[in-house]
Structures are given as C-alpha cells and as structure tokens.
Write a protein of this length. Structure first.
Length: 435
C-alpha cells in the first residue's frame, strides 16, 4: 500500500506538471558548456535573462583568476561543522562581510546557501532560548532568563518563502513563545496598527521583528527602507531585511537598499541584513550581518545548521572574501553604472512601446504582467526561438492575477542586445497577446 500511494501521487504530480504546476519541470535544458550570458538551448545560442549574475562577473577574467589561485592553494574537500572546527577562511570571510555592511565591530554568520540563512535565522530568532536543540540539552545550557519574552514577527506579505517557511516552523514548535502577523506589502499604516495591537496584547517584554525583502525577486519592486526603519525605532523593533537581490547591485558600494537610508548609523543596532554570495559574488553561499557579535554567537548556537551541517568550503570562502573589494570598489562601480544604464534603457524602451511594467526603475529585475497565464509556456518558447531565455512566475510561485514574465538584466548586455530583446517582446505580444 505504501508504494502504491506514493506511485499514484507521483503520477498525478507528473500530469499536473504538464499543465498546471508550471514550476515542476524545467522549461529549458542547456547543451554544451555553461557560458553565462550565452547558452546553447535546443540547437541555438540564446542570451540568458533568467540568471542572477547581475554584474556579469561570472565570466570576468579577474574573478576566474581569483578562483583558479584559491583552487590551487586550498584542498577541495569540505571540513566538518563549526561545532568541530573553525577554518580561518570562513572566519575572515565573515569579518569582511561584517565590515562591508557595518564596520569592523560588527559580525556575520555564513551559510552554504541563501535559503538556509532565512530558514535558520527565523528559527533562531523565533525560539532563542526555547530552541528545540537547546531544550534537548537543557541540563548542559541551563535556563535562559529572557526565554519567556516571546518573539513577534511582523511579516511583509511578499517576504521570500524561505523566511516564511522558517517562521511557520518556529511558531508551530512553540506557539506560546513565537507568533507572526502579515501586513500587505508597503502598507505601513496597517503595519503600525499591528504593532499597536501587539503592544496591547503583549504589554510585557517581547522581541518584535519587522521582516521585508528589499528587492522582490519576482517583480523587482524596491522597498523604501527609511520609513520602515523609523517605524521600527518608534515601536522598539528590529528590522530583518532580505537584501539577496540588492547586495552588490544597489546602494553605495553595492551594500544594498538599506545602506541608502539617511542616517543609516542611527538604526544599525536594529538591523539584521541578509545577503547571498550567489548573485553579485558568483559563489555558493549566504549570510547575515548584524551589529552585535554576542547576538551573532547566540544565533549560531540556536541554529542547528551550524552544529550539524558543513560550512562554506575554504577555497570558496577565500574567493568570496577577495571578491568583496572587487565588488565594492571601482570595478564594481563601473558594472553597477552599466547595469543601471541597461535596466533604465530597456524600461524606457518597453514603456515607449506601450508595455505595462511591474516594480520600479531602481532594480535590474524587469517584470511584465502575464495577463493570460495559460500562455506562459508559449511565451517562453517563442522568446527562446527569438534568442532569449526568461522566467515566468506563476502558480504556485505567484497567486492568480499576479503572474509575471521576469527579465533579469546583466551588465554585459549591449545596446544591440536590448534592441533585439525589445523586438522579441513585441513579436511575442503581437503573436500571443500575453500582456
């Protein structure tokens, strides 16, 4: 019976993947070498606008030389978890990520990918001294005097799934010590109402955390962080800002959307910034930075991943560390200026041609509403025939009525590439009437 149940579910899933569950199967399969901007798909060379190498550093000779040197210098193996050994490569990477965002007195925590950053930190922040791992060994760690102060999450409705997943996990483990409320994206009036309600309902000590993406991964919408930080100060909250699609790309030295906030230093004690290495830094891994090293140490202890999982490999950690000044310095500035030009040029071109756009002009993610989501597959294949690979965000990634065609801009796109892309999108609109 067990095998039969799973077999039937697998068959049903496969049928759905061919019709409704559009995330279930890859839309395109590459052939030949992975070359970044240009890929070989279905016998033709196409430009990839589905990737996330916004600064186009993946093919940069300087980056490849860094990787070559570190691969020769270090062993390719992966050490044990941080409960066993702490490599200097990861330690230096965390120190320089912290300095990049906050200064030398801050701290960072690295993970092997972006998803476990958000999931693990939600568990650690939500449960703290009530974490399942610590309670398993209560005789060793003893009582935590602040463990009775609950964590109250205030969650932007478009927050990345990884963080929402972690919050659900924490609240179901200890609903008496952790809870969440969802506010509509950008609706600060509703958020303030929720904060006021929580003060009435929980008048005693509590940890209140406001969570948001700074750049939405599907639409490119950029959050205005200044009023959010001011609201956090007024109601004594922390702000957890997911900067995954902004780090290296937006803000001074590419330090993210939050770094653009006037009087940034005023809020630094309230900020926890999440970033990934997988986009501008072209390396596997993710991290958070915060101003308090002691709190960072606690969150590591309350995150089972750091006890049971392997760290970022030393040679990758050393490469990522050496890429920080490259991304933050003049080389990165030139790439950011080019990326901004590419993004603004395409936006203006599409608006002039009568396209509706979602999001705003500060982001390298350009999204077009998919008015007829049943045409998503055809749009992607026609675009591929015309020389471009893009992404469609629809069920179950997006709710009905919010489906989009996403184009991820790259700093190495030429003006000729943009003209050809504009022509391809116009052709898709004329033939398929998708938007």
């Amino acid at each position: 019976m067990s095998v039969r149940i799973l077999t039937e579910e697998g068959q049903r899933f496969r049928r759905l993947s061919q019709s409704e569950l559009t995330i279930a199967e890859p839309r395109h399969r590459t052939h030949g070498d992975f070359t970044g901007k240009q890929l070989r798909i279905a016998g033709r060379t196409v430009i990839d606008l589905s990737g996330l190498d916004y600064l186009a550093l993946g093919s940069d000779p300087k980056v490849k030389e860094l990787m070559r040197r570190n691969l020769q210098r270090h062993d390719c193996g992966i050490p044990g978890s941080e409960a066993i050994i702490r490599t200097w490569q990861v330690e230096r990477l965390e120190q320089e990520l912290a300095a990049y965002h906050f200064g030398v007195s801050a701290a960072a925590i690295t993970f092997t990918a972006g998803y476990p950053v958000n999931f693990s930190l939600m568990e650690a922040l939500g449960l703290r001294g009530n974490s399942f791992f610590l309670r398993m060994h209560a005789d060793a760690v003893g009582d935590w005097p602040t463990a009775k102060a609950p964590t109250l999450f205030f969650v932007d409705s478009d927050l990345h799934f990884s963080a929402r997943h972690g919050i659900r996990f924490a609240t179901r483990l200890r609903p008496d010590r952790c809870s969440s409320r969802i506010y509509p994206t950008g609706d600060l009036a509703r958020l303030e109402e929720q904060l006021q309600e929580s003060q009435r309902e929980v008048p005693g000590p509590a940890v209140r955390i406001i969570l948001t993406d700074t750049v939405d991964s599907a639409t490119g919408h950029e959050t205005d962080m200044a009023p959010l930080c001011a609201l956090a100060e007024r109601y004594d909250c922390l702000v957890y800002a997911d900067e995954a699609h902004a780090v290296g790309v937006i803000g001074p030295q590419g330090r993210g959307v939050t770094a653009k906030v006037e009087n940034f230093d005023r809020y630094r004690n309230r900020l926890i910034l999440m970033g990934t290495l997988t986009k501008a830094f072209c390396q596997p891994g993710g991290y958070v930075v915060l101003n308090d090293p002691d709190l960072a140490a606690l969150l590591k202890l309350c995150s089972p991943q750091h006890v049971f999982s392997a760290p970022v490999p030393p040679w990758i950690a050393d490469t990522a560390r050496q890429m920080i000044p490259l991304v933050a310095g003049p080389h990165g500035d030139r790439r950011r200026r080019r990326l901004e030009h590419v993004s603004l040029t395409l936006r203006e071109m599409l608006l002039d041609d009568g396209f509706d756009l979602v999001g705003n002009s500060a982001s390298p993610i350009i999204a077009l509403p998919l008015r007829r989501p049943e045409l998503g597959e055809k749009v992607l294949h026609l675009l591929c025939d015309l020389g471009f690979v893009a992404s469609v965000f629809q069920g179950p990634l997006r709710a009905r009525g919010q489906e989009v065609l996403r184009l991820a801009m790259r700093a190495d796109l030429t003006d000729g590439d943009l003209e050809a892309l504009g022509e391809a999108l116009n052709c898709c609109r004329e033939k398929l009437h998708f938007t």
